[in-house]
Ligand binder design. Structure first.
Ligand code: SAM
Length: 352
């Protein structure tokens, strides 16, 4: 495939394809979204923008965003996103770090982006997350495998931002099974006492709630096979997107931050993983990518597949995470006030 095939496409207001719940567009998000999406209509923007790169990577505009110009490049998108989000909505940005060219030191561009979004673009930092990808390769080779003076860079930052301090959210949607040590503790019982940290661990701590609240470190190996998508692209000679995120990543945030029927937007959609997960989870979605062939390839994610009878697909593979599969009927509606008046929210109607 020649480099020319990856050229940006002119914005088209017609979707490249549609599904029951979503639409995928080709074009520059800055140009398309103001014409496609009404203000204050989006519940979640879940996205992985091009990273600030020291070398050119072969996907779309990413080639044009050196780390030292990144923040200025992003700011018009930030303003647009702010305008499109509902006051209860969230913007979740998955962003990888970068090295300073020719030096074993790190760029600060993704932290600068965060500071700018909060200090100058009116976003709130709801929480920072870290995505640890244990299957990351040891790069850059010069520092990691040749001189052996740095370690693998295997963690992406995930900035969860919001338009107000109270985006709708519930960690009840993303609970995890207990660790084996917690299971042991529950079996053996716990003697209430003061910890070395000074915290008083009372008998309540040991109550069996069946699940634990996850931490802001998401361990997800990016080893998903995506065979349906890959096969589709190969058969049609379409480029396979080189930096797809694993579906468990958007799934975590879509679960935690949206209700069924809500609108999820991915303005740097690549192969439309966000769209695929949203569709499966009953959320409406819009995906846009500036490289038309990536969007063409993404169509392969939505073709009907034949599943062996009786087998449920396995989704949400964050280790130790609980998909709440089969319990979705019991999902509480997310509080529109972001939990601000949590006490009054008790006893609200349930979803479905
Ligand atoms: C890191 S990739 C996203 C990959 C995606 N999360 C996936 O799993 O397939 C970033 C994408 O942003 C796209 N992009 C860059 N500038 C854009 C723009 N102005 N409008 C729309 N898409 C853009 C690139 O073509 C690239 O596919």
């Amino acid at each position: 495939m020649s480099r020319n095939t990856y050229r940006s496409s002119p914005a088209r207001l017609q979707p490249v394809f549609k599904t029951a719940l979503g639409q995928a567009f080709a074009g520059d998000s800055l140009e398309l979204l103001p014409r496609l999406v009404p203000p204050h209509s989006v519940d979640l923007i879940m996205t992985s923008p091009p990273y600030g790169l020291i070398r050119n990577k072969d996907y779309g505009h990413a080639r044009c965003v050196p780390a030292d110009q990144y923040v200025e490049w992003f700011r018009p998108f930030a303003r647009l996103f702010k305008r499109l989000l509902k006051p209860t909505g969230s913007l979740v940005i998955d962003i990888g770090g970068s090295w300073v060219p020719g030096m074993p030191t790190r760029s600060l561009y993704h932290y600068e982006l965060l500071v700018t979004l909060v200090r100058h673009e009116g976003f709130y930092l709801a929480q920072e997350f870290y995505w640890w990808n244990p299957s990351k390769l040891p790069t850059p080779a010069e520092w990691v495998t040749v001189r052996r003076i740095r370690v693998k860079d295997a963690v992406n930052c995930i900035w969860w931002l919001s338009s107000t301090p109270w985006p709708k959210a519930s960690n009840r949607r993303v609970l995890q099974p207990y660790s084996s040590s917690m299971e042991d503790l529950l079996k053996k019982g716990y003697e209430a006492r003061r910890r070395p940290s000074g915290h008083d661990i009372s008998g309540n701590f040991i109550r069996n709630n069946r699940r634990s609240i996850p931490a802001n470190l998401l361990a997800i190996a990016n080893t998903e096979s995506n065979s349906r998508y890959l096969r589709y692209c190969r058969l049609r000679g379409l480029p396979i997107h080189p930096s797809r995120f694993p579906s468990a990543l958007p799934e975590f945030f879509i679960r935690m931050l949206t209700n069924r029927g809500d609108l999820v937007l991915d303005p740097f959609a690549g192969s439309c993983v966000t769209g695929e997960v949203s569709e499966r989870m009953g959320r409406r979605w819009i995906c846009v990518d500036v490289v038309a062939q990536y969007v063409e390839g993404a169509r392969g994610r939505f073709l009907p597949t034949q599943r062996p009878k009786g087998k449920r697909p396995i989704y949400y593979r964050i280790p130790h995470a609980d998909s709440l599969r089969g319990e979705e009927k019991d999902e509480d509606l997310l509080p529109d006030d972001g939990g601000r008046f949590a006490k009054e929210q008790r006893g609200r109607a349930r979803v479905d």
